[in-house]
Design a protein around this ligand. Structure first.
Ligand code: NAD
Ligand code: ISE
Length: 334
């Protein structure tokens, strides 16, 4: 029997996950789809042979749904995740787990009370082969003690509704999770600096931004976020250790020699850059959900990212390094 997935949110990534489950995830099917825009729900449901549902609560409560995939708007995530946990159903939640640290803590409490892991957060970089190779190098000791991590996160362009804070909780949140995981460390403080602004932006937006995270171990992380770089989508990460450095490999692409030039393509968005990672995270989720539990990035990781985001957004106002105030990780999430 396949795992019957209920999809909440049929926008860009919800539609992509529905297609992925139908095309490349064995052992699962999308059974029900809901969206506050019924037209979107109907289109995605039709694309994968599912039925539509009127609300997230109907999806969660349906006897036909074994597990829930949340790809709605961030502020709606916590309500759906809490309902799924209360129903004892495994739930995959796109980032952010919740838009406030308080809501993340409510999810953690509910999950711990249920006695088993039910929540996986969509930090897909942990499934990217390049990031995995970096993590093996860091853990294997070949670079020596890590000292610094340099990261770049560029998008070709950002829509008008993209606000200055979103550079933190929509975009840099991936680096926050990636460095915590790479270094097996927590972010102790976050600072955001505002460099000269690009003219290729909507007036209200500060772009680019430069972020500095102080890790509990003392490692320093810098992140350039530039969401109107124009030329494409680019993710870079270099770990500098006491005896060596390692950086993410460039995404594969043909090297073209033509008209006296050697060139390789630049990917245009996250869907292409992390396609394999999204496939792998959803496959792992389905396998764990079929056993009634969850794997991968946890509710604790969602919480850790939320407190780091809060500190960075505070720093956007103060310009100072702001403490995250993260406490010890509960044994439940060891
Ligand atoms: P989107 O705006 O294209 O889609 C969101 C959809 O959710 C819309 O169709 C909207 O109508 C629907 N929605 C909003 N509130 C709802 C509710 N209460 N119930 C049901 N449906 C609701 O956005 P998107 O780009 O698909 O992003 C969705 C989520 O996925 C966001 O949290 C975003 O941060 C995350 N995301 C993650 C990645 C990644 O790389 N992991 C990439 C893109 C988006
Ligand atoms: C988007 O929501 C994502 O999560 C992408 O991975 C990220 O690169 C982009 O900046 C965000 O807007």
């Amino acid at each position: 029997m396949p795992l019957n997935v209920g999809l909440v949110g049929a926008g860009m990534i919800g539609a992509d996950h529905a297609r992925r489950i139908a095309a490349s995830v064995p052992g699962a099917r999308v059974a029900a789809v809901t969206d506050i825009d019924p037209g979107r729900a109907a289109a995605v449901a039709a694309s994968c042979g599912a039925r539509t549902a009127a609300s997230d609560r109907e999806v969660v409560g349906s006897g036909e749904v074994d597990a829930v995939l949340v790809a709605s708007w961030g502020p709606a995530h916590a309500g759906t995740v809490l309902a799924a946990v209360a129903a004892g159903k495994p739930v995959f939640c796109e980032k952010p787990l919740a838009t406030t640290a308080e809501d993340c803590l409510k999810i953690i409490e509910a999950e711990r009370a249920s006695g088993r892991r039910l929540v996986q957060v969509g930090f897909m970089r942990r499934y990217d082969t390049g990031y995995r190779a970096l993590k093996r190098l860091v853990g294997g000791g070949r670079l020596g003690e890590p000292l610094m991590v340099h990261c770049v996160h560029r998008n070709a362009s950002a829509p008008e509704e993209y606000r200055t804070e979103m550079a933190v909780h929509d975009t840099a949140v991936h680096e926050m999770d990636a460095v915590r995981w790479l270094l097996d460390d927590e972010i102790a403080s976050a600072q955001v600096l505002f460099p000269k602004r690009t003219r290729n932006r909507f007036e209200h937006l500060q772009d680019p931004q430069f972020m500095l995270f102080g890790m509990e171990s003392g490692v320093s992380v810098d992140v350039e976020v530039f969401v109107n770089c124009r030329y494409g989508y680019e993710i870079r990460c270099e770990v500098v250790g006491e005896s060596g450095t390692a950086e993410l490999p460039p995404p594969p692409g043909p090297a073209v020699r033509s008209a006296a030039r050697l060139s390789t393509p630049v990917l245009q968005d996250w869907k292409d850059r992390f396609a394999d990672a999204y496939d792998a995270e959803i496959r792992e989720w389905v396998m764990a959900a079929a056993e009634g539990t969850a794997a991968g990035p946890s509710a604790w990781d969602g919480y850790a990212a939320a407190v780091a985001c809060d500190a960075a957004v505070r720093s956007q106002r103060t310009g100072e390094a702001e403490p995250t105030g993260i406490g010890p990780r509960p044994d439940f999430y060891a």
